[in-house]
Ligand binder design. Structure first.
Ligand code: HEM
Length: 414
């Protein structure tokens, strides 16, 4: 398909289904990173569900209704083989995202109370202090990078705080995860080896924390995961602890960071939006939802068909990989008219930015609160700040999500 050639020649080990529209689409390609929304619109126009020959072959679903139908149907589309195509270097059996019911229900129940709306409300004063201190520091410096100095700092610090880890370890963890995600689709043996080493290192750190909590239990999530009976009255195995924590780190660090910078850059491009939000703070939550609908911090969710089946009239075979492109669904004009326009008043009940069905994001209350506090602090403590739009740089690895690598900014007087 025009403009969506994969970065490396696609070799399909599966035969393209005879009646399918066959494309050569890779969400990890440079061509996709350059013009993602146009590529997806062209793809949807060509075939809302097409067979791509990239990454050993998979169905690529860009139609909103089909994305919702597929994600809601965990019996026909399993998460058991991991949520990404190709698998990210941190494994496939992430908990809870790589589990189907009934196991999914059991493990998610353990985590839920730590991320519930009530728990986030309880933590809000502590979160506000953390955010305000970081933003106040930017004000004193006069110039800063919104990615490295704010967006990447807060979510990591908060997730580590909930787990009960030393927050100052945020940077070393972030570095290893960022490298792994950036190179998730690489087949270069050196890169693959470095990713495997990063995965091994992170898992060692997790198990060291778990061993510590068994000796020194504390009031933190790490202690619960390491000591409390979870399924059948027994605590998690080391592997399960590691599969859970590695996913919390992955899910919690990058996504919220990407959402903040997308919103700040959008406000710089659209000063009327910034002025409107500054004057009426009650609109900030709508702006957050709208920006993550357009610039999804998670591009697509992978599943595998558990039986020969049909989706949107297309016949699929048991074992077929299927990529539900949530950002494509959120740009489907049938669901969201003028999809690339920030419309604070639009109906977003069917936005799939946080996923859909049983795996819908468990951290969404936390993410929404962190983002609102960050935007409020930026308005209060960095009034009149200027983003150097020409100096911003977007990450190339859009297959994971829409991220900026740098968003330089300064106070108007600096
Ligand atoms: C703007 C920020 C965020 C976005 C856009 C986002 C998006 C998503 C999406 C799309 C899924 C569905 C995955 C799938 O169906 O395969 C998901 C699941 C999940 N997210 Fe988030 N996420 C965000 C922030 C967070 C945070 C801060 C945390 C926690 C620290 C978190 C924890 C999780 C967990 C644990 C799941 C798996 C839920 C399950 O399998 O039942 N997320 N997220």
């Amino acid at each position: 398909m025009h403009g969506s050639e994969p970065t490396s020649p696609a070799k399909s080990t599966r035969h393209a289904p005879t009646e399918a529209v066959v494309v050569d689409f890779s969400h990890h390609s440079d061509a996709f990173a350059e013009r993602p929304f146009q590529v997806l619109a062209e793809l949807r126009e060509l075939a809302p569900i097409a067979w791509s020959t990239a990454h050993d072959g998979f169905w690529v679903v860009t139609d909103h209704q089909a994305v919702i139908d597929g994600l809601a149907d965990y019996e026909r589309f399993t998460s058991r083989f991991g949520p990404a195509i190709p698998a990210n270097p941190f494994g496939t059996r992430h908990i809870p995202v790589g589990l189907d019911p009934p196991l999914h229900t059991t493990y998610r129940r353990v985590l839920n109370s730590w991320f519930s709306k009530a728990e986030v409300v309880r933590r809000e004063p502590e979160l506000k202090t953390l955010v305000d201190e970081i933003v106040q520091d930017l004000a004193e410096r006069g110039s800063w990078d919104f990615v490295a100095d704010l967006a990447d700092v807060v979510p990591g610090a908060v997730t580590l705080g909930i787990l009960g880890w030393d927050r100052s370890r945020r940077l070393e963890l972030l570095e290893v995860m960022a490298r792994g995600l950036k190179n998730a689709a690489s087949t270069d043996p050196d890169v693959v080896a470095r990713n495997a080493e990063g995965n091994r290192w992170i898992r060692e750190q997790i198990l060291a924390e778990a061993r510590d909590r068994r000796v020194n239990p504390r009031a933190d999530l790490m202690t619960v995961l390491s000591t409390e009976p979870i399924a059948d009255g027994v605590p998690m195995t080391d592997e399960e602890i590691s599969d859970t924590v590695v996913f919390l780190l992955l899910a919690g660090f990058h996504t919220t960071s990407g959402a903040l910078t997308a919103l700040l850059v959008q406000m710089a491009r659209q000063p009327d939006l910034r002025a409107r939000l500054e004057q009426d703070r009650s609109l900030i939550p709508d702006a957050i939802e709208e920006v993550i609908r357009i610039f999804a911090p998670i591009t697509a969710l992978a599943r595998r068909a558990t039986e020969d089946t049909k989706l949107g009239g297309v016949a699929m075979k048991e074992g077929d990989w299927t990529l539900f492109v949530n950002v494509a669904a959120n740009h489907d004009p049938a669901a969201f008219p003028e999809p690339e326009t920030v419309d604070l008043g639009r109906n977003r009940a069917k936005s799939v930015a946080f996923g859909w069905g049983i795996h819908r994001c468990m951290g969404l209350h936390l993410a929404r609160t962190i983002l609102r506090l960050e935007v409020e602090a930026v308005f209060d403590l960095l009034p009149g700040h200027v983003i150097d739009l020409a100096g911003t740089r977007r990450a190339r690895h859009l297959g994971i999500g829409y991220f900026y690598e740098t968003v330089p900014a300064h106070l108007a007087t600096a």
